[in-house]
Design a protein around this ligand. Structure first.
Ligand SMILES: Cc1cc2nc3c(=O)[nH]c(=O)nc-3n(C[C@H](O)[C@H](O)[C@H](O)COP(=O)(O)O)c2cc1C
Length: 149
């Protein structure tokens, strides 16, 4: 099972979490691949069986600039991914109105693509935790288990 991991990050936290996710999914026996600032052509060349997005939120509920090119390409070209398993790991701060709004935008895109969310979106709140990598571990374990089921 090939799992592509894409990220959206302003200050680097989501990239750290995405790298951690790659290690953990590999340890679970999956062929995980992470690259920051991935283009759609690179993503399609990998031919993923499943997709994981790890994204922060910026502005007022927006996606980070470094995920916008891929997000736009996916919306324009709508690859034939109907029914493939996927999940969103969202980083946010609950003191903002649109908590994890970037993650919600990715979920809307998943719906357009027909991607199937196999685990509910994880919301990590930076006003409550300084250890997002370890906080994500049980959820990543559940994601890996769902992919292998
Ligand atoms: C300017 C700015 C705007 C933000 N806007 C939001 C927001 O609208 N909703 C939210 O949930 N978090 C928001 N956040 C919080 C970040 O998403 C959160 O701190 C995240 O962990 C940052 O990850 P990064 O280091 O990968 O950029 C904002 C942070 C900053 C600095």
């Amino acid at each position: 099972m090939k799992v592509a991991i894409v990220s959206g990050s302003v200050y680097g936290t989501a990239e750290e979490v995405a790298r951690h996710a790659e290690r953990q999914l590999k340890a679970a026996g999956l062929e995980a691949w992470y690259k920051a600032n991935m283009s759609l052509d690179e993503l399609l060349a990998f031919a993923p069986d499943a997709l994981l997005t790890v994204t922060a939120t910026t502005g007022m509920g927006e996606l980070p600039d470094n995920l916008l090119p891929l997000y736009s390409e996916l919306r324009d070209r709508l690859p034939a991914w109907n029914g493939k398993p996927a999940a969103v790991l969202a980083l946010g701060d609950s003191s903002y109105d649109s908590f994890c709004g970037g993650g919600e935008l990715m979920r809307e895109l998943y719906a357009e693509l027909g991607l199937h969310e196999v685990v509910e979106m994880l919301r990590l709140d930076s006003s409550e935790t300084v250890t997002p990598e370890t906080d994500a571990e049980p959820w990543l374990q559940a994601f890996a288990a769902a992919l292998k089921a």
